[in-house]
Design a protein around this ligand. Structure first.
Ligand code: ZN
Length: 181
């Protein structure tokens, strides 16, 4: 298990559709554990494999104390919608109203290759839709109405991380005993 770098908006991997999982093997279980650990560390309510650079249809979520994951999800959405603020770990500090279906029934597989059905409403439904979108290369800005998207894009352009490479932590060979230079 390891905490992975989260890819930020602008990285082409976030716009690339992910492939279905076909092998429910040890590698897949490691991917799920890496996603869980990276999501909990961030901390976030959901994380999809493309956000750590892996183009497979896998996501994890952590909503209302429930930690879960889903592989090759297939969603059934309610017609009733919800509005509310949404954020994304690939857009640090950006939050905007994003319409979503109020309820979702998601069918898929767990990491052991067993069929599972996950049901949720409100935040859980929002997280499942947001993460499944990531697997299709769709981002939350695509789901906003025009006015919200315009505001979000302005905030993104002004964000410090926009257009910059993902910051890397460098370990100096000369120890400064924890003091920043
Ligand atoms: Zn996201």
């Amino acid at each position: 298990m390891a905490i992975k770098d989260i890819r930020l908006f602008g990285d082409p991997v976030l716009r690339t559709p992910a492939a279905p999982v076909t092998d429910f093997d040890k590698e897949l279980r490691t991917l799920v554990k890496d996603l869980e650990e990276t999501m909990l560390d961030a901390p976030g309510a959901g994380l999809a494999a493309p956000q750590i650079g892996v183009l497979l249809r896998v996501f994890t979520y952590y909503v209302d104390g429930e930690l879960g994951h889903l592989i090759n999800p297939d969603l059934d959405l309610s017609e009733e919608m919800q509005d509310g603020e949404e954020g994304c770990l690939s857009f640090p500090g950006i939050y905007a109203d994003t319409p979503r279906a109020l309820r979702v029934v998601a069918k898929g597989w767990n990491m052991h290759g067993e069929p599972v059905t996950i049901e949720g409403s409100e935040l859980k439904a929002r997280a499942i839709q947001h993460e499944t979108d990531h697997l299709d290369g769709i981002l939350f800005i695509d789901r906003m109405d025009r006015a919200q998207r315009k505001l979000a894009m302005k905030a993104i352009r002004e964000a410090q991380w926009a257009g910059e490479p993902v910051p890397q932590v460098r370990v100096s060979p000369h120890s400064t005993f924890g003091r920043a230079l």
